[in-house]
Design a protein around this ligand. Structure first.
Ligand SMILES: Nc1ncnc2c1ncn2[C@@H]1O[C@H](COP(=O)(O)OP(=O)(O)OP(=O)(O)O)[C@@H](O)[C@H]1O
Length: 250
């Protein structure tokens, strides 16, 4: 995904806010990109524009060769359903549906059957086997976020956008969630873009875009040899060697 000279303004005249002030950045395929910066610097606005949830004022955003800023509403909706997965701070699960129904919802809404090999894999690595029949209110925050990650990955999207995915979790549970996002890059070849205010979360990323006042002021590549925090079961290195998904359809 390539973002070129993107400007996004809200309001007019003296009330105009320039949320994005000519942002350019590459989002490499099958890599984990973290977007960091102070509150109000434009991180969420960029993510909403990249996900086709908000229109740019000017500039270009290309996903898999498609200029998404020129798509119709209908085409954008299709793009979001087929090519984009979302993970939100507040989980956004449907309260009346079970964990299983929430996970497969994007596939059933598109009229297709779920890919059972992928589904089995997601349920196993996200430790959800014993929670599938539970409703969200019966799950912990970490369990709900793991359901949301499975839901985001079940359509095999080109990009997963995660907006403060650990914001409502304690640090240990947050580390688990970050490890799962890391694995969705390493094991399933997904591209992940995560907005976060937490600098330690950015340690899980391959590249870190730092925002200030609507502009990217730094693009950094964290040291690949840096150890990231250890969480149970999941390996501690940036590229976990254990429990790989060999043979799992990506
Ligand atoms: N719908 C909107 N209408 C008007 N102004 C907006 C709107 N959305 C965002 N803004 C403004 O655009 C700027 C960037 O906001 P944005 O939410 O992208 O920042 P952020 O870095 O994601 O902040 P936070 O970390 O607090 O979520 C801010 O000045 C914000 O007030």
């Amino acid at each position: 995904m390539t973002v070129s000279a993107v400007v996004k303004t809200y309001g007019r005249g003296s009330a105009e806010v320039r949320a994005l002030d000519g942002v350019s950045a590459g989002i490499p395929r099958a890599q984990f990109t973290a977007v960091v910066g102070p509150s109000g610097s434009g991180k969420s606005t960029l993510m909403h524009c990249m996900a086709g949830l908000d229109l740019v004022t000017s500039g270009s955003i290309v996903l898999d060769g498609v200029e998404i800023t020129e798509l119709s509403d209908r085409a954008l909706t299709r793009l979001r359903r087929q090519s984009i997965g979302f993970v939100f701070q507040s989980f956004n699960l449907l309260p009346q549906r079970t964990a299983y129904e929430n996970i497969v919802l994007p596939v059933t809404m598109a009229g297709g059957p779920p890919n059972h090999k992928l589904l089995d894999y997601l349920v196993e690595v996200l430790w959800l086997a014993s929670q599938l029949s539970h409703r969200p209110a019966e799950l912990s925050g970490g369990q709900q976020q793991r359901v949301a990650i499975a839901r985001a990955l079940v359509t095999r999207p080109a990009v997963v956008f995660a907006d403060e995915p650990t914001g409502n979790l304690d640090s240990r549970t947050g580390a688990e969630v970050l490890s799962f996002l890391r694995r969705s890059v390493d094991d399933l070849g997904r591209s992940v873009v995560m907005v976060t205010q937490d600098p330690t979360s950015a340690q899980y990323a391959d590249q870190v875009l730092t925002f200030e006042d609507g502009s990217v002021i730094e693009i950094a590549v964290p040291d690949a040899d840096t150890e990231i925090p250890v969480v149970p079961v999941i390996a501690s290195s940036r590229r976990p060697a254990g429990a790989s998904l060999a043979g799992c359809p990506s």
